[in-house]
Design a protein around this ligand. Structure first.
Ligand code: ARG
Length: 462
């Protein structure tokens, strides 16, 4: 049994809480990361209490100074988190009272841990989103750099993982830049939903003190204050929006990882990872494994799991705060950490990845990648597309039997298939031509890809 003597709510109880309950109930082992936000929130609250003459200016000063030294000591490691504390909020308040005495006991006037934790979490989420956004922008820049090197690097485009039509490596990799650009927008939106200040909601029903909520919002950089006290303490939509946006980031990183893993195989050998971003085998001396990409793919499950945890945690909670909501933190923090470390490893891996132009080109010259262009040639000469498709379909079949490509077929044979064939067919099915002619907006032709790049650069203000 542990003592209740150090608990602020001990007055109501005659018995002591079980040690197992203390351990089960405590969140400081994970919510300690909120210490900077907790202190910033308390400083703003104390200043407002002083300004509104709810507490004296001397007490305000003591509280602010006390909190500032606690922050300094926590950052320097001079003050350690007390594992016995119920949570980060109780820990900091107790430490403050230890240091400055009675003034510390006035800090929580007009406030509840319910609006306090909502505030801390919102401040934390806003900061973390900004950091992840900065990394996503860096990733976009790295992708753009790779694309600029490979505007003319022809490679096969796939559907069903079967060779489909020729594209360039620039075009392929920029598809991921587009995904990342949307991820950034999603995170912006999550940040916007987070940008509402909950202090003043109290435990659930607001407060009778004349708090100046706008002042606190301004001090802490929020664009508005929450509109309903019940919702304000129990809204975790912003956590879910963030967890969803982060799941999408992981899904995109995972798709790219899967491609990189394939491209690293002997069979593809489209890319070569820098030694710094590959690992060896304990038994097979020839191995160079794309572990980073595999781990990113593997860790994606965490983000999805966290999203599911949060959705399920919230679905049955009656208004307003319930302790279930303490469970929001580990899931959210894990998603943030996962995306952060995944990006940190992937950005330099993609930056240093060597692209094997010859292998890509060789792969693109197989698999009748220009069959569509061959059919289009006929169509442009007036043959209905379905008829053209059929002619080329049987030509491909014949070529497979003879182990030939469309380039190997003689003009005489072409003309027996259809009289409109002329010598310019060879230009029409030339690999580079097939790419260059796809100059439609959004297409793989170098000219179109350059436009795509400048559009992306404009978006991220490069
Ligand atoms: N540690 C709690 C949490 O993370 C803080 C809020 C506690 N509020 C309460 N009424 N018990 O949600």
């Amino acid at each position: 049994m542990s003592a209740n003597t150090n608990k602020v709510w001990r007055g109501r109880f005659s018995g002591e809480s079980a040690q197992e309950v203390d351990v089960f109930n405590s969140s400081i082992s994970f919510d300690y990361v909120l210490f900077e936000e907790d202190i910033a929130g308390s400083i703003a609250h104390a200043k407002m209490l002083g300004q509104q003459k709810i507490i004296s200016s001397e007490d305000t000063q003591k509280i602010v100074e006390g909190l500032e030294t606690i922050l300094k000591d926590l950052k320097s490691g001079q003050l350690l988190f007390d594992e016995q504390a119920e949570d980060i909020h109780m820990f900091i308040e107790a430490e403050l009272t230890n240091r400055i005495g009675d003034a510390g006991k006035r800090l929580h006037t007009g406030r509840s841990r319910n609006d306090q934790v909502a505030l801390d979490l919102r401040l934390y989420v806003k900061k973390q989103i900004a950091e992840i956004k900065a990394k996503l922008i860096q990733f976009e820049q790295v992708i753009i750099q790779q694309a600029e090197q490979h505007l003319n690097t022809v490679m096969p485009g796939y559907t069903h993982l079967q060779i489909a039509q020729p594209i360039t490596f620039a075009h392929q990799i920029l598809a991921y830049a587009q995904m990342i650009a949307r991820d950034i927008k999603r995170l912006d939106e999550a940040s916007e939903h987070t940008d509402s200040m909950p202090l003043g909601n109290g435990a659930l029903a607001g407060t009778t003190y004349p708090l100046d909520r706008q002042f606190v919002a301004e001090q802490l950089g929020f664009k508005e204050v929450t509109a309903n006290s019940l919702d304000g303490v129990s809204d975790r939509d912003f956590v879910l929006d963030t967890a969803y946006a982060l799941s999408m980031v992981m899904m995109h990183l995972s798709r790219l990882s899967e491609e990189i893993i394939l491209w690293c195989t002997q069979e593809f050998h489209f890319v070569e990872l820098d030694d710094a971003f590959a690992t060896g085998s304990s038994i097979m001396p020839q191995k160079k494994n794309p572990d980073v990409a595999e781990l990113v793919r593997g860790k994606t499950g965490r983000a999805y799991g966290n999203l599911q945890t949060l959705l399920t945690m919230m679905k049955g909670i009656p208004l307003a705060y319930n302790k279930d909501m303490q469970e929001d933190k580990e899931a959210l923090f894990d998603s943030i950490r996962t995306v952060d470390i995944a990006l940190s490893a992937m950005i330099p891996m993609v930056k240093t990845m060597q692209v094997n132009r010859e292998r890509m080109r060789t792969a693109a010259s197989k698999g009748f990648i220009n069959a569509t262009d061959c059919a289009d040639y006929l169509t442009k000469k007036g043959v209905p597309f379905r008829e053209a498709y059929e002619v080329i379909g049987s030509l491909v079949q014949a070529c497979i039997e003879k182990n030939q490509t469309l380039e190997d077929v003689s003009l005489e044979i072409y003309q027996t298939l259809h009289p409109v064939f002329e010598a310019d067919i060879y230009e029409a099915i030339d690999l580079d031509e097939c790419v260059i002619k796809r100059s439609i907006e959004g297409g793989p032709a170098p000219e179109a890809v350059k436009k795509q790049i400048s559009r992306l650069k404009n978006q991220i203000d490069l």
